[in-house]
Design a protein around this ligand. Structure first.
Ligand code: PGA
Length: 257
């Protein structure tokens, strides 16, 4: 499938920012700015702001996602929230395996895999994050790391489940640091991810897969990144908190089709 036949997607990862009042005002500012977007727009607020975001985004072209979920449907998992609970309140997407989860909460690819199965079973679209650390980047093991993370996360999935999977390449050293992978570096790794998916699921599933870049994407560098063949959108942290920046990335992503 040609890139131009796929809809771009821009996902805002708010991380642990924005209480309910701030969520209300940010969604209100975004509504008119993104109303003509020619791409999918997903906002991922913290859990406590999700319902506010859903009600304030109702009737707009913004969908609301979560930043994490547990792999069990329910049970004795203090402090956790299941994919089914998210689905019940109207969440459409969930980010899984973000590097901050891997780094601060010891999340492993095998756990990401279990969460992915649960998210898909619950009817969510999963945004699975992969990416190498600075050390792995310097040791030039990026290709190996990213393809192992991809394989472990996707293990045993049925091909039709891939329709609800998005993969985000986020070099850990580029997240929140102001450093971005060059567009060529990012495109090369996204190409590796696509090849890995092709080996498992074949060419049409890999061509249809949407692969995002994340890591200090902003209105200035998004043009170069989003115009690459293997990059179908962005996972945006810092810039998603600023309506003007976030909407200009969205509007560029839509135009670039
Ligand atoms: P950043 O975050 O855009 O602030 O680098 C990206 C992410 O962590 O998803």
């Amino acid at each position: 499938m040609n890139k131009s036949n796929k809809r771009a997607i821009i996902v805002g990862n708010w991380k642990m920012n924005n209480n309910r009042a701030q969520t209300e005002s940010l969604i209100k500012s975004l509504r008119p700015l993104v109303k003509n977007a020619n791409c999918d727009v997903v906002i991922c607020p913290p859990f406590t702001s999700i319902e506010t975001a859903i009600s304030k985004a109702a009737g707009s072209n913004m969908q609301i996602g979560a930043q994490n979920c547990h792999f069990a449907r329910s049970g004795a998992y203090t402090g956790e929230i299941s994919a089914y609970m998210l689905k019940e309140i109207g969440v459409s997407h969930v980010i899984l395996g973000h590097s901050e989860r891997r780094q601060y909460f010891a999340e492993k690819s095998s756990t990401v895999h279990l969460k992915l199965l649960s998210a898909l079973d619950a009817g969510l679209t999963a945004i699975v994050c992969v990416g190498e650390t600075l050390k792995q980047h310097e040791n030039k093991t990026t290709t190996e790391i990213v393809s192992i993370q991809t394989k472990v996360a996707l293990k045993g999935l049925r091909i039709e489940q891939m329709k609800n999977v998005i993969i985000a390449y986020e070099p850990v050293w580029a997240i929140g640091t102001g450093k971005t992978a060059t567009s060529n570096q990012a495109a090369q790794v996204c190409g590796t991810i696509r090849k890995t998916v092709e080996q498992i699921f074949g060419s049409s599933a890999s061509q249809a897969l949407r692969i995002l870049y994340g890591g200090s994407m902003n209105p200035t560098n998004c043009e170069c990144l989003l115009s690459k063949d293997d990059i179908d959108g962005g996972l945006i942290g810092g810039a998603s908190l600023r309506p003007a920046d976030f909407s200009s990335i969205i509007n560029f992503a839509g135009k670039n089709r």
